[in-house]
Design a protein around this ligand. Structure first.
Ligand code: ZN
Length: 389
């Protein structure tokens, strides 16, 4: 089956104007202002006049096997459902463990990633967790990244957090060195995903490593940078030093009231300071626990992160913060794909992967989702659910 999507306003995420897209197999075969075909192959032609076509979203941090557990076993958050990912417009995601690497395991993480791949999601993983020394699947970071196709980096390694292993600079440096070389050998990102907590040292441990070793700051991919004003305000210098930052879209009214900076507003503030947009990403932290601690680090409440928050914050950046769509779209498409060295994800191009979303330009609602050349949602009707949904 070939698909010809006609007359769509195309964001690649660069704005391309009105384009026709020809899709066959799992690929975009052609993007052109006008495509004419003479073929006997069955073709579904859809007029997309007035709609946007954008790349499928890339979510660089999802707790696909669930996370949390900061309030006992009853606070373990659930696994991600396939339909949740498609309804959120996410076609590429990175799964990771978090606080709990005792009852949550890498073998389960890998199996869950393969379940999601079977359902049409490009799902990869990180080895490790908050904990140092790292726990891995095969015994080392290097072996996991080099030998297991799905493992592209390590993390979330926790720093500046009361739940971290309180790692010293040498321990962080050692993890980064292993991930870096394993990434080079295997042609992967070898990125070190960093869970940044509310601790007063903030991003300093990463700057210390970069300033005193040969590990570049860009080896690290720190997330939750919008979690408090002090950490967020330090991010501009961090960006100017060449680092990437990731802002977490999942939140609650209580967490925002306690000082977290709403993602879309954080992006607007960074752009007002002329921050380098290429170094900024959003991720959902989907299915993580969202604990609320008081000033003594006593747990006050716990909710669960949602993958749907990723598009909600991109939408709010466009609608409420008046950020140009082709800029706002980058933080959840091209930018994370570049950080993670996923060269065919997060962008629309001829001979690229057919992962795309159809968006209503007025409401910015996700109307249709295609991954790997197959409709998963069409006209807001979900066509593809997980095996037991
Ligand atoms: Zn985290």
């Amino acid at each position: 089956m070939l698909y010809l999507l006609r007359n769509a306003e195309c964001f690649a995420p660069t704005y391309l104007g009105s384009q026709d897209l020809l899709i066959g197999g799992s690929r975009i075969l052609q993007i052109s202002p006008s495509i004419s075909l003479a073929t006997n192959t069955p073709i579904q032609e859809l007029d997309m006049r007035g709609k946007w076509i954008i790349p499928g979203l890339v979510d660089s941090l999802v707790h696909i096997t669930g996370g949390g557990g900061e309030d006992g076993f009853a606070s373990r958050t659930p696994e991600l459902k396939l339909s949740d990912a498609y309804e959120a417009g996410i076609t590429t995601m990175i799964g990771a463990l978090g606080t709990d690497s005792l009852t949550r395991t890498h073998s389960n993480l890998l199996a869950k990633a393969r379940e999601l791949q079977h359902g049409g999601i490009h799902c990869l993983c990180h080895t490790g967790s908050y904990h140092l020394p790292v726990r891995t699947l095969t015994g080392s970071i290097e072996q996991d990244i080099v030998y297991i196709p799905e493992f592209i980096g390590v993390g979330e390694i926790a720093i500046s957090d009361h739940r971290s292993s309180q790692p010293d600079m040498a321990a962080i440096c050692d993890v980064a060195a292993q991930a870096r070389v394993a990434g080079m050998i295997s042609g992967k990102a070898g990125i070190v995903s960093i869970h940044t907590g509310d601790g007063s040292s903030g991003l300093k441990p990463l700057l210390d490593v970069a300033n005193t070793s040969d590990i570049p700051l860009s080896q690290f991919y720190p997330t939750h940078i919008n979690r408090n004003p002090t950490l967020f305000n330090s991010s501009m210098d961090y960006l100017r030093s060449g680092g990437f930052i990731d802002l977490t879209t999942s939140t609650t009214p209580e967490i925002l009231a306690s000082g977290e900076v709403k993602c879309s507003q954080a992006l607007a503030a960074l752009l007002a300071e002329k921050a380098p947009i290429e170094q900024i990403t959003f991720s959902s932290d989907g299915n993580a626990s969202l604990p609320l601690f008081d000033e003594n680090n006593t747990l006050k409440g716990l909710q669960v992160g949602r993958v749907s928050s990723l598009w909600d914050e991109v939408r709010d950046a466009i609608q409420q913060e008046n950020i140009a769509p082709e800029i706002a779209l980058k933080v959840a498409t091209l930018n994370p794909a570049e950080v993670l060295k996923l060269s065919s994800k997060g962008r629309l191009r001829a001979n690229g992967d057919a992962d795309l979303l159809i968006i209503d330009p007025d409401s910015l609602a996700i109307e249709s989702v295609m991954s790997q050349g197959t409709w998963r949602i069409l006209d807001q009707k979900i066509l593809h659910k997980g095996p037991f949904e």
